[in-house]
Design a protein around this ligand. Structure first.
Ligand SMILES: Cc1cc2nc3c(=O)[nH]c(=O)nc-3n(C[C@H](O)[C@H](O)[C@H](O)COP(=O)(O)OP(=O)(O)OC[C@H]3O[C@@H](n4cnc5c(N)ncnc54)[C@H](O)[C@@H]3O)c2cc1C
Length: 521
């Protein structure tokens, strides 16, 4: 670089996932000259939506907006001004093994009352569970909102409740969530769906120190579950508009090949097309392995290559249907049909079904009879399907990226068939209404969304890679160690995967403090 370095931008943002866009939006709002470079033809990464079947809009990645609603991001960035409109889902979930469906309403009291009617005693257990763990859940949500310190786990335990036996609370936090669920709920038809929801972060119900994935359940009642009108991409489209309104620029179909470093300082980027852009600072919101691959070797410590990405996770079958889904159990409670299509369907026959799927996955095989999360958000958003039609998205676990036999080209049809059969246990005849579809295998997620080995959380969400250990200790403060002016955001950093934006906001805070005199306001 020439001695009088006059960069093109203050901040270059690599990747336009929701976290990176949030960083870019805060930075642009703070007066920095920002440019975002995204590999795909649209912004949003794993939070994006397109009309993939004529008349039907499919999300590419995350659909349930839960954690972001516990953050101030939407208000601070005034995203409703830029077109974001959240639709509340109430009921938030319906849980079913096929026979006795029950609902999780936004109102915890209503949920507990209905549970007690169906499974005597379980409503009281639900209330006790929420009462015991709400302070803990709230303290976790708070820790998610700032850069992690090395003592975070300890803080979490101390602030996990007032009074009572702190030792007993800590013991529970350290346990596998499947065991904690058993301590509270004697009825498997209540326990299995709660475990299935906890399993969405990745670890199975038997993993030690996984209990927090269950214990933060009360946050659902606090923040609710919502959908941007028009699909998940409504969030990232609004972010893009906010960035542009503050003078930022967004380049799509612009894959970054190299992050340029001179004398230990990030200076800009080179695109795959060869174009070169310079900046005072660079923040990367891609998968951490993508960031590492874009850097000169001498700036990539061993720890960056040693992150645990795992071996795949879920598979999703997205269907366009000519008719609404009709659940077999629709006649049981009279209101079931109307309400069952609103929230996320936690469809699980029993706890063994989840463990069997995990066992098959460990053996390198796609699960044959998966538990499902069924989503039919056309029930609340008429822009997703034509009149009378439906979008049905079926998320299933677990699916290895590396298979013990065959490959994803030869095994996708069988995996798709098993997901569909598993759903027809709940809603027979669904296949007759299919007019279009997309199967997203772990390989598809890697090739199309840049999610290495199909991990939707970027890195395994296990205790060795959470808080100050995400992505690794020296990089946990949103700065790449050894390269001045290179920052990190995204699911590879604290607090990890999911639609939350906390990483994007905290990274912005660090960058704005470094680059502006006014600092973070
Ligand atoms: C199928 C699926 C279902 C999910 N369901 C839910 C859910 O219901 N609720 C929930 O909370 N979470 C869900 N998740 C998880 C959640 O969506 C992700 O963890 C989260 O969106 C990750 O966001 P991010 O901004 O950190 O990164 P990403 O979305 O991974 O963004 C990274 C961006 O970088 C871009 N990029 C990569 N390489 C380059 C390059 N060389 N140059 C330029 N750009 C590049 C990518 O194209 C991408 O846009 C789901 C994810 C998937 C895939």
């Amino acid at each position: 670089m020439p001695a009088a370095f006059r960069p093109d931008f203050d901040l270059i943002v690599v990747g336009a996932g929701h976290n990176a866009l949030i960083t870019a939006a805060y930075a642009a709002k703070a007066g920095l000259k920002v440019a975002v470079f995204e590999r795909r033809h649209i912004v949003g990464g794993a939070v994006s939506t397109e009309e993939l079947v004529p008349g039907y809009r499919f999300d590419y990645g995350g659909s349930a907006h839960i954690l972001i609603r516990l953050t101030p991001v939407v208000q601070e960035l005034e995203l409703t001004r830029y077109g974001l409109h959240y639709l509340e889902l109430d009921p938030m979930f319906h849980a079913s093994g096929g026979e006795t469906p029950w609902f999780m309403w936004r109102d915890a009291g209503r949920t507990a009352d209905e549970l007690d009617n169906l499974f005597p005693g379980q409503g009281a257990a639900y209330t006790r569970f929420l009462n015991d763990w709400t302070p803990f859940a709230e303290s976790v949500a708070e820790l998610f909102m700032s850069a992690p310190g090395p003592l975070e786990m300890g803080k979490m335990a101390v602030s996990s409740g007032k009074g009572g036996d702190a030792g007993a609370r800590l013991r529970r936090i350290l346990r596998p969530y499947g065991e904690v669920a058993k301590e509270y709920f004697s009825e498997e038809r209540v326990r299995a769906p709660l475990n299935w929801m906890a399993a969405q972060s990745g670890p199975p119900p038997t993993d030690p120190i996984s209990a927090p994935f269950l214990l933060w359940h009360s946050l659902y009642h606090k923040g609710g579950v919502a959908r941007p009108k028009g699909g998940s991409g409504g969030l990232t489209r609004a972010l893009a508009r906010a960035i542009e309104a503050h003078g930022g620029q967004i380049f799509t179909s612009a894959p970054v090949k190299d992050i340029l470093v001179t004398g230990g300082r990030a200076q800009g980027i080179r695109l795959e097309s060869g174009e070169l852009y310079t900046a005072r600072a660079v923040v990367s919101g891609t998968h951490i392995l993508t960031t590492a691959a874009a850097l000169p070797d001498e700036y990539v410590p061993a720890a960056a290559r040693e992150v645990r990405v795992g071996n795949g996770f879920g598979l999703i079958l997205r269907l366009a249907l000519s008719q609404q889904v009709k659940y077999r159990a629709e006649h049981e409670p009279a209101h079931f049909h109307k309400n069952s299509r609103v929230g996320l369907g936690l469809l699980i026959k029993n706890e063994r079904q989840l463990m069997k799927g995990y066992g098959e996955y460990l053996a390198g095989e796609p699960t044959t009879d998966p538990p499902l999360i069924a989503m039919t958000f056309s029930a609340v958003d008429d822009s997703l399907a034509p009149p009378g039609g439906e979008v049905l998205w079926l998320w299933a676990q677990y699916y290895p990226y590396e298979l013990a036999s065959g490959n994803w080209e030869t095994r996708t049809a069988e995996a798709r068939e098993n997901v569909l059969s598993a759903f027809e246990h709940y809603a027979p005849g669904t296949r007759e209404n299919i007019v279009g579809e997309l199967v997203q295998t772990p390989l598809w997620l890697e090739q199309n969304l840049g999610l290495h080995r199909g991990n939707v959380m970027h890195l395994e969400m296990t205790i060795d890679q959470m808080f100050a250990f995400r992505p690794w200790l020296e990089a946990s403060q949103y700065r790449w160690p050894g390269v001045r002016g290179l920052y990190l955001t995204g699911a590879s950093t604290h607090p990890g995967g999911g639609i939350m934006g906390a990483s994007g906001r905290t990274a912005a805070r660090v960058i704005i403090s470094d680059l502006t005199r006014r600092g973070w306001k």
